[in-house]
Design a protein around this ligand. Structure first.
Ligand SMILES: [Zn+2]
Length: 481
């Protein structure tokens, strides 16, 4: 039985060949809400994110910019780590795959997988998508191109490299999926990976010739090769916990085979890597597998895929400039149900921001604080865990917020209907009593709303509670005109 009250969540590590965009912001905000909720419920919790910094995509970019790869990745790591402040994130760990403890962990997992007989060397020739950093077989291509990177030419690789015996794990993983029916969420993504496993996984290359691509973790006992991205990068989820040296910490948060703790969130282009490749690596190294993988959908802008060439990339900074931190968090959390693709546009976001935040919660709280004077009320007793558990544990933050916003709407309607400002003017004993009771109710409702939004919109929550406490009005969400 799991009575340990510990919790671990990790995002994928973004590859540092571009600035952080809104897709990653959406993923990490979801993880942030889940983590804050665990902490709110009394769990000792770790929240991991970081940057994936090796591989040819980065090496080529650095060459292109005529700077040292290390200098290049340092710059990007800083940018990604600045999201912590921009988006008010609460992650505890920021791992970089160029950190020395990470590199040692990647070499250690390699050695264990090799000792167990799951690594071999062969000469091969493949087509390779540098965008995905994956080999592409015919069945995975659309009109000869990678469906995720139709603008990138596939690379032909012809060399001798090390391979991971992924094919040996197709059946084991299928069996594991059957025994763990909620391992991947949502179900349609789980079905996709099951179908892939049924058709059989193929071994994948996990190294490159150092003379062609030196920007990687050295392969143990072979100075001519460096590890190739996935084998190195995926290890971060445990190297961040201090594995293998700090075994106690690793066991505590990553768990044991019987009782895994670690939850992962990833985009749908990462389904195979997280729910199959990484799990097979763990199996091959005799390490416990993840507990659950949550697969997020994609965001398009005005019906088009976000891309630099189309010039329609939305960054989290731009959103925060326009909507504030909590406005951005709210819009990204409510854009779709978990796992669904969705389309955003500035117009639609402006509209929703004004309706739900400026006119919705913002207006409600401002009216209540203005009218409440010195009205005393009983502090509400809210069980956050009970109220939000089902929605947050399934990452349906949108549904949780919709429930809270029903309370906002209801209170706003009651305000319109009862017009407490006119009661206040009347000065007769009945109106005074009604006014007092009404304001007590409004203050309580607002206080409950502030408590419930804490894990989603931490700043707004705190501001509202302070405003109630000191009866001092402050604009929460500036209207966009
Ligand atoms: Zn691709």
């Amino acid at each position: 039985m799991n009575e340990k009250k510990v919790f671990y969540i990790t995002t994928t590590l973004p590859y540092v060949n571009a600035n952080p965009h809104v897709g990653f912001a959406s993923e990490i905000i979801l993880a942030d809400v889940r983590f804050r909720f665990a902490r709110e419920c009394g769990y000792e919790a770790v929240f991991n994110t970081g940057t994936d910094e090796h591989g040819s995509k980065i090496y080529e970019k650095a060459l292109e910019n005529k700077i040292d790869p290390k200098e290049y990745v340092d710059k990007y790591a800083k940018k990604f780590n600045s999201l912590k402040k921009t988006l008010n994130l609460s992650y505890t760990n920021f791992i970089r795959t160029t950190d020395s403890n990470h590199k040692e962990a990647a070499q250690e997992i390699w050695k264990r997988v090799e000792a167990n007989g799951f690594i071999y060397k062969k000469h091969y020739q493949i087509r390779y998508c540098v965008g995905c950093e994956l080999e592409k077989t015919d069945s995975e291509l659309t009109q000869g191109k990678c469906p995720y990177h139709p603008n990138k030419e596939l690379k032909l690789i012809n060399e001798e490299n090390y391979f991971f015996k992924f094919s040996k794990f197709s059946e084991l993983l299928l069996e594991f999926y059957e025994n763990n029916p909620t391992f991947v969420y949502p179900a349609k993504r789980f079905n996709e990976i099951k179908v892939l496993a049924q058709s059989g996984f193929q071994d994948f290359s996990i190294s490159r010739l150092k003379e062609k691509m030196p920007w990687g973790v050295p392969v143990p006992n072979d100075s001519n090769q460096v590890m190739y991205v996935w084998f190195d990068a995926l290890t971060n989820y445990i190297s961040t916990l201090g594995w293998p040296d700090n075994y106690e910490n690793f066991e505590k948060f990553w768990g044991s085979q019987q009782c895994p703790n670690a939850i992962q969130i990833a985009g749908k282009d990462n389904l195979r890597q997280q729910s199959a490749m990484w799990q097979a690596m763990l199996l091959a190294a005799d390490l416990p597998m993840s507990k659950q993988i949550f697969i997020n959908g994609f965001i398009s802008v005005d019906g088009k895929k976000m891309s630099k060439s189309l010039g329609n990339v939305i960054s989290s900074e731009e959103m925060v400039d326009r909507y504030g931190v909590d406005g951005t968090r709210y819009l990204l959390l409510t854009k779709s149900n978990f796992g669904e693709d969705c389309d955003i546009s500035w117009d639609k976001m402006d509209e929703k921001y004004n309706a739900d935040l400026a006119n919705g919660l913002g207006n409600l709280s401002s009216r209540i604080i203005t009218l409440a004077d010195n009205v005393e009320y009983d502090l509400p007793n809210v069980d956050i865990e009970k109220s939000l558990k089902a929605d947050i544990e399934s990452f349906e933050m949108k549904i949780g917020l919709e429930k809270i916003w029903k309370m906002v709407d209801k209170a706003n309607k009651l305000m319109e209907e009862k017009k407490p400002w006119s009661l206040k003017k009347k000065k007769d004993i009945f109106s005074e009593k009604e006014y007092l009771e009404l304001m007590q109710r409004f203050l309580q409702d607002l206080h409950i709303i502030a408590i419930l939004i804490k894990v989603f919109l931490p700043e707004a929550s705190e501001k509202i509670i302070n405003q109630i406490k000191f009866r001092k009005k402050e604009v929460l969400f500036k209207r966009i005109v």
